[in-house]
Design a protein around this ligand. Structure first.
Ligand code: EPU
Length: 417
């Protein structure tokens, strides 16, 4: 299994380009299931999660063609409605095939994803919404078995704001009979990106990006040419990297408005941040100031940036209280950060971080995607060598991260073991 070995303490300098967003690419590729000819997608990141969804969709009868600039997807030959446990367990976003399969074939059998490192992560809200749209759903042998003659529009209130839940129901509703209203919908940029793509295919979706989304069903969608939005979590990760290393970075191919909450917190911590149209300049100060932070659904501070921000607070002057309000178990990185010298105490969903003058490199183990990113960041800031093992978590969601950091002056390399 690969390891990433980092020699810390180097200042990062230069320009880094952000890749396409994993969490936008996954639902958008899956939305091809709603069409029956070749779609063309640009700016699709080369990640494990993308390979996993291609495998899953290939098993369903979907075809893929790839060249240097585009990924083409054709679901004309869709011939299966089953997403098996083996694939769903490795990537929860696989449950996003549920809505589109039901809409297109009237049948879907999708493994329940089960829990994961960051929490229980049920899909009850996806199921409740689909039932309201007229699907008959049984849960048997660990599978969601869903059938319908025709999905019907419904007025759905989502008990919890859920990103993939909103996406699943939106994709189910585009071919339903009549109108669907999703209330308390998620507002993340990835929701807007999916709605824009579906509208380009001929869907009628209004209000994406607000808490009420109205979808008027249409008879058929047509294939599209579409480009994936930049990854806001990768953007935030590089912003924190600049701040941590007293660096000076120009981050390009990004959408500054998608990372406003992160920019605000970094500025409060004393980091210099300037926004361009599609770029952000970040300059780290001599000393980071402690600030409190609580995660929230968008436009709040993203839970996917919590671990990275915690690393920054671990070298700040003073105490910071970090509250995780989205997932119940998303502090698994804490014990590994403690190995690198961070002073953190966890109580319930709060972590109290007391800044230390210097982190100190150590062997650590990645436990989930964003936790892995936080360990890389900690290694960049630490004195000495940090070895991060189990980096397959990182490869799920960051494209060529060690190459990008290396080009900015970091002492970082992948060791194939
Ligand atoms: N929830 C329920 N029932 C449901 C659905 C969600 O109780 O039916 C709960 C979850 O357990 C959680 C909260 O609602 O406590 C919010 O979860 P959400 O459904 O919004 O998360 P998700 O859709 O499974 C997406 C991202 C995650 C990101 C979260 C929150 C994708 C593929 N995944 O997950 O990304 O953390 O939204 O923003 O879009 C990552 O990229 O590392 C990652 C974990």
């Amino acid at each position: 299994m690969d390891k990433i070995v980092i020699t810390g303490g180097r200042r990062l300098e230069g320009t880094v380009a952000i890749s396409g967003a994993k969490n936008a690419a996954l639902p958008i590729l899956i939305s091809s299931i709603l069409t029956d000819d070749w779609n063309t997608f640009h700016n699709v990141p080369d990640l494990w999660d993308i390979r996993t969804i291609k495998r899953l969709m290939t098993d369903l009868g979907v075809r893929f063609k790839e060249d240097k600039t585009a990924l083409k997807v054709d679901a004309g030959g869709l011939n299966s409605f089953e997403a098996p446990y083996d694939l769903v367990k490795t990537m929860r976003a696989s449950v996003l095939v549920l809505g589109p399969l039901l809409a297109r074939l009237g049948r879907a059998r999708v493994s329940l994803p089960g829990g994961c490192a960051i929490g229980a992560r049920p899909i009850d809200i996806h199921i409740k919404g689909l039932r309201q749209m007229g699907a008959s759903i049984n849960l048997d042998h660990g599978y969601v078995d869903a059938k319908t003659d025709q999905l019907k529009g419904a007025d759905i209130y989502l008990d919890i704001t859920t990103v993939t839940g909103t996406e699943n129901l939106m994709m189910a509703a585009v071919l339903a009979k009549g109108s669907t209203i999703l209330r308390n919908a998620a507002k993340e940029p990835e929701i807007v990106a999916l709605a824009d793509c579906l509208n380009n295919m001929g869907a009628d979706i209004q209000g994406a990006g607000s808490s009420v989304i109205t979808i008027t069903g249409v008879k058929k969608l047509k294939p599209t040419f579409w480009s994936i939005i930049p990854d806001r979590i990768e953007t935030g990760t590089f912003m924190v990297a600049a701040a941590l290393t007293k660096g000076d970075l120009k981050i390009v191919n990004c959408v500054p408005s998608h990372v406003e909450a992160v920019i605000h917190k970094l500025k409060q911590a004393g980091v210099v941040v300037e926004k361009g149209q599609t770029s952000i300049f970040v300059k780290g100060p001599e000393q980071i100031q402690s600030v409190d932070m609580k995660t929230f659904p968008y436009p709040g501070f993203p839970t996917d940036m919590q671990a990275q921000f915690m690393v920054l607070m671990s070298i700040a002057s003073g105490l910071s209280v970090i509250t995780e309000a989205i997932f119940e178990n998303r502090f698994i990185h804490v014990s590994e950060l403690q190995r690198i010298g961070a002073d953190i105490i966890v109580s319930g969903n709060c972590a109290v971080v007391r800044g230390v003058p210097q982190l100190s490199g150590a062997p650590v183990m990645a436990t989930d995607l964003r936790a892995s990113a936080s360990l890389i960041l900690a290694g960049l800031a630490a004195e000495g060598t940090t070895e991060v093992s189990r980096v397959y978590h990182l490869d799920r969601g960051y494209e060529r991260i060690e190459e990008k950091f290396s080009a900015l002056g970091a002492g970082i390399e992948r060791v194939r073991v």
